[in-house]
Design a protein around this ligand. Sequence first.
Ligand code: G6P
Length: 612
Amino acid sequence: MCGIIGFVGRKEAAPILLDGLARMEYRGYDSAGIALRSETKGIQVRKSKGRLQTLSELTHGGADLEGVLGIGHTRWATHGEPNDANAHPHVSENGKIALVHNGIIENYLEIKEQLMKYGVTFSSDTDSEVVAQLLEYHYKECGNMMEAVGRCLRRIEGAYAFGIICADYPNALIAARKDSPLILGFSPEGNFIASDVTAILQHTRDVVYMNDGEIAVLTADSIDVFDDEMNPLEKTHSFVEWDVAAAEKGGYPHFMFKEILEQPEAIRKTISPRIRDGRVVLDDIHISAEEARNINHIYIIACGSAYHAGVVAKYIWERILRRPVEVTLASEFRYSQPLVDEHTLVIAISQSGETLDTMAALREAKRLGGRTLAVCNVVGSSIAREAHDVLYTWAGPEIAVATSKGYSTQLVAMDLVGLYLADLLGTIEPEEYSAVLTEMQKLPEKMQTYLENFEDTQYFASRYFNHDSVFFIGRNLDYAMGLEGSLKLKEISYIHSEAYASGELKHGTISLIEPGTLVIALGSYGPLFDKAMSNVVEVRARGAEVLAITTDAFREKMAKTADSVISVPDTHPLLQPTLSIVPLQLFAYYVALQRGCDIDKPRNLAKSVTVE
Ligand code: G6P
């Protein structure tokens, strides 16, 4: 969703801002803009609806706007339609203050009405412009920009990350944060604010994460951070492990394709530092055996694909932990008066660590006294910092909106946590513990084996891409994985698709099967393979065309009933989804390619959903 960048330094800011915005394009947006402060022209703004390319052409790559101080924004419309006027930056009426904003100001209408009574004229429908005008009001009142920011922040309610510049302050970029991510970056050429580290990675990996309620003032040479009462704060610098190449396409046609192929390495990085001498060692998790024994209920909260990773984990954890595990959509959890107390462990899974619903659900769980653990990919993200413990997935930056390596590393991270807890609790047989762990270490290599030869997946995509409705069926872990396979297909190819637990077919869905309907039958979970076969027979009898996903061991048997078969190497049944999901990701990718879809930036979707 919306992206913020700001720069103050010794170089022309406009090209730096445009480049930073381009690197955040993947987050999803529908308009973009930049504002620069120059000695001679004061504040200058250029913004436009649509792709960044338009903004770049409008400003001749930034050459039209001079100044070493500026802010930029990509907007994903919430208040007001996506058009030029509603695009950020917003400028106050006298043209002196420009602001970019991520988040939502809840009391903006009330403030707007009041300002209108004072004669302020508004030029957009946004909640963000109200803040720019309120700043001008307070600045006129007190004559000091920092004081004006303080007064303004005390007046507004809601979530925000702000980047602010003022014509009267030639060398000051002001930032403020509450419930919306914002980081500060230090570099010899100048200093940065950004909502997403990928926007500034090419300039610096030396960053400071802002906390809620903090205000920062950046100049070319310094960054000062204050609390909400303007007391100076000492902040710790962090070094970003990601490198700039990891966030670039590097010759691949799409980020999604690159990220699918990166999975063996991402999984290796996620698991190998955490398995030592045949045991799972999670240095970052501080749950003692006694605390673990005290847990009688586990919730997994997440959204989208992360939720699907949670569904897979539920099947595995209940088996190895012998405790009830409930997977709940974060957006539902937060309003459901969940039964959380000090005996509840709540796991929040989030690639970005910024999904608003997951964040709100996590806060609710904490408020109710639950013990919380985050599984996140982005170091320093809000969810990672707010949970009691965090286990990072080491997938590296994920740029394609449709997750692939983010999801598969969540699967293995949850396997690790599950095994760790099972070991603490003594609820898993030592033989099974060792068997899973041994197989887990072989996952990268086995996944690579499949990835070296996936022509058949590509071929089946070209054979089936014309279908307009697809059903994924499977049982147990195959069903859990099917949820994700189906989501992948629908989000990037726009084909209607649904995943069903095979046992439910007869309770309704089977009425939708008619000659030619494409059914993707998932039969990779060994213990229930024969039942998967029966379901294939059942849907074929109704005329369905069946593409089956199975393992190498079952391939021959499956080929006797299904029309087409894709197989992946065998592993421990509990780990099979991590391998079997890969052909489903590639199938979705190639189907979308055949259909000419915008694979990395599917319509209406955003990488990180920071609004409700
Ligand atoms: C969006 C993304 C999905 C992701 C979901 C949850 O919908 O497009 O790929 O699974 O958000 O995101 P999170 O960052 O919390 O994992």
